[in-house]
Design a protein. Structure first.
Length: 311
């Protein structure tokens, strides 16, 4: 009788544990940057772009200065500058802040990006952070699942002697773009401050190590945000190509940034941070980007880790 009762208790406990395990995924919040199962790959090759160049619903965006674009670009691609997708700069204000929905929607339509358009973002040179800022902006608008970054960028395309043009693209056909804004992708200063106190999120500083350590940076107070670790943008790519996934995982593992809690990336003004956000998303981390970044933080009275490691 006693054995039977004990066995019933054990079976009940096992059943409750199994039930809890089954419920955990359902109650766990979805990552801010979650991508749909059928989303386009975040990275595509030059060969893929060449193969699909004539696709009716493909828009290729060349990210760089106008002079760079005019010197040569993937045939049919359209020029994008970061000024197109940022709030107008004001004296004493933060730099490169996410533009409003109306401005961004008009920009998308102007470039022929509609509700079904497949988009490929092409960095002009080996500095990927401007291109990932464009990728991040499209994700913020709700079009991230249809957007890819061309690995290697324009320099790889040109080096492979693929079709290059100096001509402006043809006028775009009228399109309809429906913004599905995802504000959860952007971390605000209050969330960052909370993370420094309760360590509920990893803070990743994307700046070069010397800026992280407090050697300059051009802002009121040098150093970094408390609890932040440093994964500099220079470590994640080589000659315009992202490092292999295993090497990117190793960079995050070296700083103990695992999947146990969300990630917030930051940099100087919210440009370099989008490259680390891109990598974190590629590695299936729950990631957000702090748009105000160190410019906002260092200009406040919030705690800072100054040169020498002192707050």
């Amino acid at each position: 009788m006693l054995r039977s009762a004990r066995r019933s208790v054990l079976l009940l406990a096992a059943s409750l544990v199994a039930s809890a395990c089954r419920q955990t995924p359902a109650t766990r919040p979805s990552p801010a940057n979650a991508r749909a199962a059928d989303a386009a790959p975040m990275l595509v090759s030059t060969a893929w772009v060449a193969e699909h160049a004539a696709d009716r619903d493909l828009v290729v965006l060349h990210v760089g200065t106008k002079a760079q674009y005019d010197s040569g670009h993937v045939a049919g691609s359209r020029h994008v500058s970061l000024e197109d997708i940022a709030l107008p700069q004001v004296q004493g204000g933060l730099s490169l802040q996410m533009a409003g929905t109306e401005q961004l929607t008009a920009w998308a339509v102007r470039n022929g990006i509609g509700d079904r358009t497949r988009v490929v973002v092409v960095p002009h040179d080996f500095n990927l952070q401007s291109a990932t800022r464009v990728f991040f902006t499209l994700s913020y608008l709700g079009a991230g699942d249809r957007t890819s970054l061309m690995d290697g960028g324009y320099q790889a395309w040109k080096g492979e002697q693929r079709a290059v043009s100096t001509a402006a693209p043809s006028t775009v056909a009228p399109v309809t773009f429906t913004p599905r804004v995802r504000p959860e992708l952007i971390a605000v200063v209050g969330q960052v401050e909370s993370a420094t106190q309760d360590r509920s999120r990893f803070l990743v500083d994307a700046r070069l190590t010397r800026f992280y350590n407090g050697d300059g940076g051009g802002y009121p107070r040098p150093g970094h945000i408390p609890t932040a670790v440093n994964i500099p943008i220079s470590s994640v790519s080589v000659n315009g190509f992202l490092r292999p996934r295993a090497e990117l995982e190793a960079l995050f593992a070296a700083q103990q940034v695992d999947r146990s809690k969300p990630v917030i990336t930051y940099c100087h003004i919210g440009q370099q941070a989008t490259l680390l956000w891109f990598v974190a998303t590629l590695l299936q981390r729950d990631a957000r980007m702090y748009d105000g970044s160190f410019q906002e933080w260092s200009g406040s009275t919030r705690p800072i880790v100054a040169p020498g490691g002192k707050e």
